[in-house]
Design a protein around this ligand. Structure first.
Ligand code: CDP
Length: 215
């Protein structure tokens, strides 16, 4: 049987990462946070004092990333999140990260990958696809709490403005824009805590795995 792939796309701070991690634990699958790859590229550009709006600077950083550094807390800052959405508009950067993600998707017995374009571009044949979203004010509150735990004291309104700007850039870019795959199940986590969001996600995934989406 083909490897099982679960694609979890969605907006910033929608809960997709937490849901993906819990799904992976539940099924005993590997988990990849594809956003961390773009964040590592952003960190690379920033450390090399490159220009995040220059495709060749961003590509150089993309070719040099080490995915095993995804637990580096420095990539979780709001600034790196913003830079990540800048470098991720470049087709060459996206192409440089594609094979790693596709190879990851082939890991047995299965993989859960979260991001923006997993169900559309990276793994269009995924057996289960979710698109996770929540109201912007709720997402800003969640990100505020998360950033606070990293010692970032920026205000909630500033975070909300950044999330909106990032969502707009991610949805508007020409290559691999953030959007639900045609066969993705939509999940709004605005009114759900982590447990309830996971349960809702699991129910949708189980439904897809018993009758996989048709591309
Ligand atoms: O955690 P959060 O949802 O804020 O962001 P992330 O998933 O870590 O992704 C950071 C940025 O990387 C996003 O704003 C996107 O611009 C980019 N990204 C992407 O273009 N494609 C992906 N598959 C994942 C992330």
């Amino acid at each position: 049987m083909a490897n099982v792939v679960i694609a979890v796309d969605g907006t910033a701070a929608s809960g997709k990462g937490t849901i993906a991690k819990k799904l992976a634990q539940h099924f005993g699958f590997h988990h990849l946070d594809s956003g961390s790859l773009y964040r590592l590229v952003a960190l690379g550009v920033s450390e090399a004092k490159g220009d995040p709006n220059d495709e060749s600077d961003a590509l150089k950083a993309a070719q040099a990333i080490d995915p095993s550094k995804a637990s580096d807390p420095r990539i979780r800052s709001a600034e790196i999140g913003r830079l990540a959405s800048q470098v991720s508009v470049f087709p060459k950067v996206r192409a440089a990260l594609l094979e790693y993600q596709r190879a990851f998707a082939r890991r047995a017995p299965g993989a859960v990958i979260d991001g923006r374009d997993i169900g559309t571009i990276v793994c269009p044949d995924a057996q289960a696809k979710l698109f996770v979203d929540a109201r912007p004010d709720i997402r800003a509150r969640r990100r505020w709490l998360e950033l606070k735990s990293y010692g970032d004291g920026r205000s909630e309104p500033a975070i909300l403005a950044e999330l909106r700007e990032r969502d707009m850039r991610d949805a508007a870019r020409a290559v691999a824009p953030m959007k639900p795959a045609k066969d993705a199940a939509l999940l709004d986590t605005s009114e759900l805590d982590i447990d309830a969001a996971f349960k809702a996600a699991l129910a949708l995934v189980e439904r897809s795995l018993t009758s996989p989406p048709k591309g």
